[in-house]
Design a protein around this ligand. Structure first.
Ligand code: BES
Ligand code: MN
Ligand code: ZN
Length: 486
């Protein structure tokens, strides 16, 4: 999507859009619109769109009015973003190729105007590359938005918002690509391409290197797959020299069949999204790097494919993790925690972070608990949990905290090894978090975000179409802006 700023409205564009606040008079418009909007029950609530047609100097104009809700709402930025996104949802495949968007009607600040544009851009993302027979009327037509009436400060705020959009688009692409295209090595290759020339430093471990480091758990998950496993680290040192970084760690299971504990066929295709944690971390990092965040940050992704095979791990196998702790594998489908435990240990060992936040599509139980509205957050540090939840509220990537503690920890003691990889059915998301906690060194602040219900959606949302949501990118970006910069 080309988003261009101009002084005056280009004359030959048919589609003219504006964003208004709830209750705003539309008195400068033709009566067909100013009377038509209330007649169509348009109030200007966030995300509402009214469309009318007028003739202007002999040519037909299509006029769209989008609502941004009450101007003094606590959710102002998200509401404005919704207005932009709603316009894009309506016109992306409408036949119109260009839109004029007049931002001079809702007394926006520069940041709010940029939020409207962020909404437009986020909602414009789609992946039609594999649809060779898409009907003409379903193809994307809108290519350019000419922005007029942008308040002072829009351009600067838009610079930052664009970095976030770039990150979210990268995450959506990683999540959308099917598992025959996206596997550990190709995930790494896409990151190498995306981060090339940005100043970020990439480190890739192959299976031999991970074997030497003793990552028996991560390698165990990958050993049934013909695709080689990888560990990927992306470092960005935009902060004070020598200051311990903030680490983000992602579960990158590029496909999760369940392994020998095979999943049932219905819905198994959803497990191409099981790298959603790693996808969020990669895109979050890209947004930070693109806007040259003044913080030291490292992103670590454990990349494997979980397949059943003659060489696959079996229920009952005991694996030795890089930390030295042994794990009894009771269910090969509880593989995410096996990948993360080595990724978390390695992250602490090598990067000595001041705090770690991991993202993982870890448990189906998380979806049972919270549905698709909130990701769950688990933490050994109240401040860290609060900071993450605040960033989530501000960006719409919402988090809800759940408990961890010694009483739950007992549920994963193994009779043969140090720990078993599944507990009983109750509190399945908590025992998964508890498993990860055993790999966090004393004194390290850590939070785990179980994003199983958030990385993809089977219905369109405000800023995404059906499919990949980009969840986590804005959360990471906001969390770093609020807590690691300046
Ligand atoms: N990747 C799944 C969790 C998942 C399920 C994510 C549905 C998104 C949608 C994870 O690896 C898994 O299979 N977890 C098991 C754990 C169980 C065996 C303890 C689960 O949730 O059933
Ligand atoms: Mn699984
Ligand atoms: Zn999984």
């Amino acid at each position: 999507m080309n988003i261009l700023f101009t002084e005056t409205s280009p004359a030959n564009v048919r589609l003219i859009a504006r964003i208004v606040n709830q209750g705003d008079a539309l008195s400068d418009l033709d009566a067909a619109l100013s009377d038509g909007a209330p007649a169509a029950r348009f109030k200007g609530s966030a995300g509402q769109v009214f469309e009318g047609f007028v003739t202007d100097a002999g040519s037909l104009k299509r006029v769209a009015i989008a609502g941004a809700g009450e101007p003094d709402s606590g959710k102002r930025r998200l509401n404005v973003e919704r207005a932009g996104a709603a316009l894009m949802a309506k016109y992306l495949r409408s036949g119109e190729t260009e839109m004029v968007l007049d931002l001079g009607h809702a007394s926006f600040s520069g940041e709010e105007a940029a939020a409207a544009l962020l909404g437009l851009r986020l909602r414009s993302w789609a992946y039609d590359d594999y649809r060779t027979k898409l009907a003409a009327e379903k193809k994307i037509t809108l290519k350019t938005v000419h922005v007029i009436g942008a308040p002072e400060g829009t351009a600067q705020a838009w610079e930052i918002a664009q970095a976030v959009a770039t990150g979210a688009e990268f995450t959506k692409k990683l999540i959308t690509l099917p598992a025959n295209i996206l596997y550990p090595e190709s995930f790494v290759a896409l990151c190498e391409e995306a981060f090339a020339g940005t100043g970020a430093e990439l480190t890739v471990l192959d299976e031999e290197q991970m074997g030497e480091l003793g990552m028996g758990a991560l390698l165990g998950v990958g050993q049934g797959s013909v695709r080689a496993s990888r560990m990927l680290a992306i470092q960005w040192n935009g902060g004070k020299k020598g200051e311990a970084p903030t680490a983000f760690v992602g579960k990158g299971v590029t496909f999760d069949t369940g392994g020998i504990s095979l999943k049932p066929p219905p819905g198994m295709e959803d497990m191409k999204w099981d790298m959603g944690g790693a996808g969020a971390v990669a895109g979050g990092m890209l947004s930070l790097v693109k806007r040259k965040a003044k913080a030291n940050v490292v992103a670590v992704m454990g990349l494997v494919e979980n397949m059943p095979d003659g060489n696959a791990i079996r229920p009952g196998d005991v694996l030795t993790t890089m930390s030295g702790q042994t794990v009894e594998v009771l269910n090969t489908d509880a593989e995410g925690r096996l990948v993360l435990c080595d990724a978390l240990h390695w992250t602490q060992d090598v990067f000595k972070p001041s705090r770690i936040v991991d993202f993982a599509t870890l448990t189906g139980a998380m979806i049972i608990a919270l549905g698709h509205e909130y990701a769950g957050v688990f933490s050994n540090d109240d401040d860290l949990a609060d900071q993450l939840m605040a960033a989530g509220t501000a960006t719409g990537d919402k988090l809800w905290r759940l408990p961890i503690g010694p009483a739950y920890d007992k549920l994963i003691d193994s009779p043969i090894a140090d720990i078993k990889n599944v507990g009983p059915r109750p509190a399945g998301s908590i025992t998964a978090a508890q498993f990860l906690h055993r790999f966090i060194k004393k004194g390290t602040k850590w939070a785990h975000c179980d994003v199983a219900g958030m990385v993809f959606a089977d219905k369109p949302g405000h800023t995404w179409d059906k499919g990949a949501t980009g969840y986590g990118v804005r959360l990471i970006d906001q969390f770093v802006a609020d807590n690691a910069e300046g």
